[in-house]
Design a protein around this ligand. Structure first.
Ligand SMILES: NC(=O)c1ccc[n+]([C@@H]2O[C@H](COP(=O)([O-])OP(=O)(O)OC[C@H]3O[C@@H](n4cnc5c(N)ncnc54)[C@H](OP(=O)(O)O)[C@@H]3O)[C@@H](O)[C@H]2O)c1
Length: 275
């Protein structure tokens, strides 16, 4: 298992995304993932699947402390008392005493950042989470958040796939000893069709999804959390640590960034960095 070191944490480079996975299917996918070797699972209060995630982890019968589990607090709940309630409710649904990483799911301009970063730190001080971080933060917001935080913010979980340029964000996070956790790492399937990906897949005898996931984890400081509801693809998405893409292949895949495709863009999104 490849571990990413950031802000004093060790994050397994491939995690299981779980958005849209529910109930029994969610639990069985989590259990199967852990049996295959995944040690990083991503959920959120807003995914309404934390109970199923907790069941899946328990059914896998590996020690709790060998799993790196992330959950997130929805942006309307990041005021001081709401964050405590949200985190306690997440832990109750998960059936666990702590998570490994607690993230602010999206920034919220209506709540003072100092209050929410202070609250996030308290969740860590009180042992509800081992580490803290953010998601969907722009570079200026990251700078402010970092200055306000006592404990290291270990990551920004943000959209990244070959059709979205995140080179400046990556530079920024590396300079701050923070991990880049790529969500929508497969571009929800779209990025797999490109010629650069297909050529590399043929050259290495791998699938397009494996090429894209390898492209992520081969960039220093990047972890990826692909989601699948398909057990065979679980194995495929994890089996990427025994080959390497050449610099030319990495560069050819990265040229797709000119598409500038952003999948998760909502009315409540921050004003994204423009460069
Ligand atoms: N922080 C945030 O705001 C945020 C936002 C979005 C996502 N996320 C997190 O990131 C995770 C991943 O993002 P995502 O689920 O949006 O997108 P994704 O992982 O890029 O794509 C998932 C899609 O790709 C398909 N897929 C998975 N493995 C495949 C393979 N080997 N071959 C072909 N198709 C494959 C899946 O279909 P099947 O299920 O049929 O395999 C699914 O339709 C989420 O589940 C969530 O945990 C976080």
């Amino acid at each position: 298992m490849h571990l990413l070191k950031a802000g004093g944490a060790e994050i397994p480079a491939i995690g299981l995304g779980s958005f849209g996975l529910k109930d029994g299917l969610c639990s069985s996918i989590v259990t199967r993932a852990i049996e295959i070797g995944y040690r990083h699972v991503d959920t959120a209060a807003m995914y309404y699947n934390e109970a199923a995630i907790g069941d899946g982890i328990r059914a896998a019968s590996v020690p709790r402390d060998s799993i790196f589990l992330t959950t997130k607090v929805w942006p309307t709940e990041i005021g001081a008392s709401a964050m405590t309630q949200s985190t306690q409710a997440s832990l109750k649904r998960l059936g666990l005493d702590y998570v490994d990483l607690l993230l602010i799911h999206w920034p919220n301009p209506d709540i003072d950042l100092a209050e929410s970063i202070g609250a996030l730190n308290r969740m860590r001080q009180h042992g509800l989470t081992r580490h803290i971080g953010v998601s969907n933060f722009t570079r200026p917001l990251l700078k402010q958040a970092r200055a306000l935080s006592e404990a290291p913010l270990i990551c920004n979980q943000i959209e990244y796939h070959p059709q979205l340029d995140q080179s400046r964000m990556l530079e920024h996070l590396r300079a701050d000893d923070m991990a880049f956790v790529s969500y929508c790492p497969l571009g929800r399937g779209e990025t797999m069709k490109s010629a650069a990906v297909r050529l590399a897949a043929e050259a290495h005898g791998r699938t397009p999804a494996q090429i894209i996931l390898r492209w992520h984890v081969q960039q220093p400081g990047v972890a990826a959390i692909p989601r699948t509801s398909n057990p065979a693809r679980l194995e495929e998405n994890f089996d990427i640590f025994d080959f390497e893409l050449s610099q030319d292949e990495m560069a050819a895949i990265s040229t797709m960034r000119s598409a500038g495709r952003r999948i998760c863009d909502f009315e409540f999104s921050p004003a994204w960095d423009q460069d």
